[in-house]
Design a binder for this molecule. Structure first.
Ligand SMILES: CSC[C@@H](O)[C@@H](O)C(=O)COP(=O)(O)O
Length: 353
């Protein structure tokens, strides 16, 4: 977190060789740091959304591989690498849509494959995981700087879900652009959609922004189009979990905001690091996570739907690129038709080790 001595969302504890993280399921009531000492602990924390948000999942994936490495007792290098690769597969399977998770895991596995001994592989894994985390902070701040230019001097921006400090190491992507605009002296008010069913908007985005003294107003997801119609929203900025050749995957509900923004001629922007791009795939190739019926059928212990009713609980949706007016990244703001910028990013990704 950017304030004072506060902890980062996900961090490596070098002394105890484990992962420290802020349990996001406890917010806004409790702000508490937890630890994962095994890969199983981490897999559980990710499935429960104690750690969530694409860039934070990338860091968690990278640190999860480092955790598996330092905990291993295997002495043979090849068997060691096979064991860590299986740990990577376990983590990769926890949440299929946010591409950053697999990206973070693969980055550390690829680095370890260059090691000449188990000891070297372990120290390479920890070092690379920490680099992934440090880079995320730089990326968010750079991205925020580019995104700031999208904000008029005085404006109201709508955002969905939480693409803030809690979804990254700190600062945030969509909220990073808002923080940067405010830091540049602009008068920015935020409309935060509650983001049913798990309320990342009301619990996390409102908590983060209110704590920073940002003017934030909570709305039900279903009122966004009406506020647009009433002229109460100047622009929309959201994060992303995966950007394919043809679509932006983000929290369920994002697509309806994009459609409504297009209808009302309100700019709709996405803020995401280059690590969120997956330009070798199309929308239809991507597995969209479906979550448990209990998230909709219950609110805590209160039953909201009959026992036998069918529930369809997609965690994400896909917004076609023709509804996206700009994608803010750490290398600049990409503009439609995206062909040339995607070609350059895709070529760069293919050339990675
Ligand atoms: C910078 S985070 C961008 C996205 O990861 C965010 O908008 C989102 O959809 C997160 O979903 P979640 O299910 O809470 O992990």
């Amino acid at each position: 977190m950017p304030k004072g001595e506060e902890p980062y969302t996900v961090a490596w504890d070098a002394e105890n060789e484990c992962i420290l993280y802020i349990d996001q399921t406890l917010l806004p009531g409790r702000y508490e740091q937890m630890r994962c000492v095994t890969v199983d602990d981490l897999a559980r924390a990710i499935r429960r959304l104690e750690i969530r948000g694409a860039p934070a999942l990338g860091i968690a994936g990278a640190m999860g591989v480092a955790l598996a490495a330092v905990r291993s007792r295997e002495a043979d290098l090849q068997r060691f690498l096979d064991e860590i690769s299986r740990a990577g597969d376990l983590l990769r399977g926890t949440r299929p849509t946010a591409v950053n998770l697999a990206w973070g895991i693969d980055r550390v596995l690829q680095k370890m494959a260059l090691a000449a001994s188990v000891a070297e592989a372990k120290s390479m894994a920890v070092a690379e995981a920490n680099i992934v985390a440090e880079e995320d902070e730089l990326t968010c701040r750079r991205l925020g700087g580019f995104g700031e230019e999208l904000f008029p001097e005085r404006c109201t921006v709508l955002t969905h879900c939480n693409a803030g400090a809690l979804a990254c190491r700190c600062w945030g992507t969509a909220l990073g652009t808002i923080r940067s605009a405010i830091a540049a002296g602009k008068d920015v008010r935020v409309i935060a959609c509650e983001t049913r069913p798990l309320n990342q908007g009301s619990r996390l985005t409102c908590w983060e922004l209110a704590r920073d003294g940002v003017d934030v107003t909570l709305i039900p997801d279903s009122s966004a189009a009406y506020l647009m119609r009433k002229g109460m929203i100047d622009l929309v900025v959201v994060g992303a979990d995966r950007i394919t050749k043809d679509a932006v995957f983000n929290k369920i509900g994002t697509y309806m905001h994009a459609v409504a923004a297009h209808h009302h001629q309100i700019p709709f922007h996405v803020a995401a690091p280059v690590s969120t791009f997956d330009l070798s795939h199309r929308e239809t190739d991507v597995t969209v996570e479906e979550r448990d019926r209990s998230e909709l059928a219950y609110c805590g212990d209160v039953q909201l739907a009959p026992d036998d009713v069918k529930v369809l609980n997609y965690a994400f949706d896909a917004t076609p690129l023709d509804l996206v007016d700009g994608i803010v990244t750490e290398i600049g703001v990409l503009r439609p038709p995206y062909t040339e910028s995607f070609r350059l990013i895709g070529r760069d990704q293919e050339n990675r080790p």
